[in-house]
Design a protein around this ligand. Structure first.
Ligand code: ADP
Length: 458
C-alpha cells in the first residue's frame, strides 16, 4: 500500500517501545514511514494550535496539547466518564455534562484540522479508540478523502446503552465516517450491525458493508494479541520467586488496572467463598492481586479502591493465620519481567472482568506458563479473549460460587488436563499475535471501498 501511515492514539509512547501494541505500531511505522500522533505528555497549554515534535525515531512522533480544562472535560470527562462506562455496560456510572461533550468535539475538531494540514494524498490514517470517535467525520467535513481506519479496543456498546449518550445517533454517524471499523470480537461486530440495522440512515450492501448516507463502511473483527514469542522468552528466564520464606503453595494471580470493569470485588468475594468452603483446613491458597493505579481523578475509581481495601481487609481479618495471609492486594504497577515471572509461578490465573474488549492479561498468562507444568486460566466469559480461548475454564464472574468452584477445579487439575488446555490456549495466543494483527488490519483497510467524493454535511 503506497502512502505514509498516520497513527492516532491518545497515548503516545516516549522512549523505547515496549508492550505488544506499541511495538507493533512502531514496527508498522518503521516499515512504511509516517507519523504517530497523540496527546502530549507535557502538560504545557502553550501551542495548542500546532503539533509538537517528539522526534527521535525514523518516523515522526507528533503531539497535540490540551488545556487543563480539556484534559478534565475531553479525557477524564467525555472519554472516561461517559464513553468508557457506556461501552462497559455501566450506564449507572455515566456522568453527563454539557462541557464534556463540547470539549470532546472541540479537541477532535482541532486535531482533525491539524492532521488535514499535513496530509499527503496517499496517506492512510489509523485511529485508535474511543477518544477519537468523531475524527473521521470531522476530517471528511474538511474535504479529506484518504482511507481512514478505526479500531475500538474496548467492547462495542449494547444498543440500549447508547441511549444514555447525550446524542445517541451520533455514534453510528461517527463510525460511518471511517472506511473500516475494526472491533475485537465477532460479538462486537454483531452489536455494531444491530446498531446499524436499527438506524434508518444505514443500508446493508450485498458485500456486507454498510452504506450510511454517502459513506460506505466495513465492520470486521480483529482480535488483538500479544507478542507471544517475547513473553514466552521472558517467562523462561524470569525470576519466579520474590516471596522468600513465605512462598505460597497454591498461588492464584490477578493483574489488572484498577478499574470497575475488571470485576475485582467479585474476584475477591469469590476467593472468600473458596476459603469459606475449604474442606482441607491445611490448604492455604493465596490470591495475589496486583492492581495498577488508574484514573485516580475520576470518582468511580476512588470508590472502587476503597471498596477493594474493605473487602480484602474483611477476608484477611477472617482467614489469616500467623504465617499465612490469604489475599494480597498490591495496589501498584510492577515491572514487566517481574509480572511475567509471577504469572509463570502461579498455579491459576484469575481474570474476571464484567466487560472487557479483549483482556491481554489472559493471553500473557498463557504465554508465560511452563509448557511442562502449566497453570490454568480461569477466565470471565465477558472478556473478548473468551470468544476463542476454549481451553480456559470459563466463568460468569457474577456467579461467585461458579468462580470459586472453577478455581478449586484448577488447583486440583491433573497435569495431563492442564497441558491439554494450555496447548489449546497457547495456539490461540500464537495465532492472534500482535504482528499478524497489524498486518491483517492494514491489508483490510487497503482493500476497503475508497471514499471518492464528499457530499456536504449538515
Ligand atoms: P486494559 O487495557 O483494560 O488495562 P489489558 O488486560 O488488555 O487491560 O491490558 C493490561 C496491560 O497492563 C497488560 O499488558 C498487563 O500485563 C499490564 N498490567 C496489568 N496490571 C499491571 C500491573 N499491576 N503492573 C504492571 N502491568 C500491569
Amino acid at each position: 500500500m503506497a502512502g505514509r501511515l498516520i497513527v492516532v492514539s491518545n497515548r503516545i509512547p516516549t522512549g523505547d517501545p515496549s508492550g505488544g501494541l506499541v511495538v507493533a505500531l512502531h514496527d508498522a511505522l518503521l516499515a512504511r514511514g509516517g507519523t504517530w500522533i497523540g496527546a502530549d505528555p507535557d502538560p504545557s497549554e502553550e501551542g495548542r494550535d500546532r503539533l509538537h515534535d517528539l522526534g527521535n525515531v525514523p518516523y515522526q512522533k507528533r503531539a497535540f496539547r490540551l488545556s487543563a480544562a480539556e484534559r478534565a472535560n475531553y479525557y477524564s470527562g467525555y472519554a472516561n466518564s461517559v464513553l468508557w462506562p457506556v461501552c462497559h455496560r455501566r450506564t449507572d456510572l455515566v456522568e453527563i455534562r454539557s462541557e464534556y461533550r463540547a470539549d470532546y468535539l472541540a479537541v477532535n475538531l482541532r486535531l482533525a484540522r491539524l492532521i488535514a494540514k499535513e496530509l499527503g494524498p496517499q496517506d492512510v490514517i489509523w485511529v485508535h479508540d474511543y477518544h477519537f470517535l468523531p475524527l473521521a467525520t470531522m476530517l471528511r467535513s474538511l474535504g479529506v478523502t484518504n482511507r481512514i481506519g478505526f479500531f475500538l479496543h474496548i467492547p462495542f456498546p449494547n444498543i440500549t446503552d447508547l441511549d444514555v449518550l447525550p446524542r445517541p445517533k451520533d455514534f453510528a454517524r461517527w463510525l460511518a465516517g471511517y472506511n473500516l471499523v475494526g472491533l475485537q470480537t465477532r460479538r462486537d461486530v454483531a452489536r455494531a450491525f444491530e446498531m446499524f440495522r436499527a438506524d434508518p440512515r444505514a443500508e446493508f450492501l450485498r458485500d456486507g458493508t454498510v452504506k450510511f448516507e454517502e459513506n460506505i463502511v466495513s465492520v470486521a473483527s480483529f482480535p488483538i494479541g500479544i507478542d507471544s514469542e517475547q513473553i514466552e522468552g521472558i517467562a523462561a528466564r524470569a525470576d519466579t520467586g520474590p516471596f522468600g520464606a513465605a512462598d505460597p503453595r497454591e498461588l492464584i494471580i490477578g493483574a489488572d488496572r484498577l478499574d470497575y470493569s475488571k470485576g475485582l470485588p467479585q474476584k475477591f468475594e469469590a476467593f472468600g467463598r473458596l476459603l469459606q468452603g475449604r474442606i482441607d483446613p491445611q490448604a492455604r491458597p493465596t490470591l495475589l492481586q496486583i492492581a495498577s493505579p488508574s484514573r485516580a481523578d475520576v470518582a468511580a475509581y476512588q470508590q472502587i479502591t476503597s471498596e477493594l481495601q474493605a473487602i480484602s481487609g474483611r477476608i484477611n481479618g477472617r482467614y489469616s493465620e500467623l504465617d499465612w495471609q490469604p489475599l494480597r492486594f498490591v495496589h501498584r504497577s510492577v515491572d514487566r519481567e517481574r509480572l511475567i515471572g509471577l504469572m509463570r509461578r502461579a498455579e491459576v490465573g484469575l481474570v474476571t472482568p464484567l466487560a472487557d474488549g479483549m483482556n491481554l492479561v489472559a493471553k500473557e498468562f498463557v504465554a508465560a506458563q511452563d509448557p511442562e507444568d502449566p497453570g490454568v486460566l480461569v477466565l470471565s466469559r465477558f472478556a473478548g479473549a473468551a470468544e476463542d480461548m476454549k481451553g480456559a475454564l470459563l466463568i460468569n464472574p457474577h456467579d461467585l460460587d461458579e468462580t470459586a468452584g472453577a478455581v478449586e477445579l484448577a488447583l486440583a487439575m491433573p497435569l495431563a488436563e492442564r497441558k491439554c488446555r494450555f496447548e489449546d490456549c497457547l495456539q490461540v495466543v500464537r495465532d492472534s499475535r500482535i504482528s499478524v494483527w497489524t498486518d491483517r488490519y492494514l491489508a483490510r483497510l487497503a482493500s476497503c471501498v475508497p471514499t471518492l467524493s464528499l457530499a456536504p454535511r449538515a
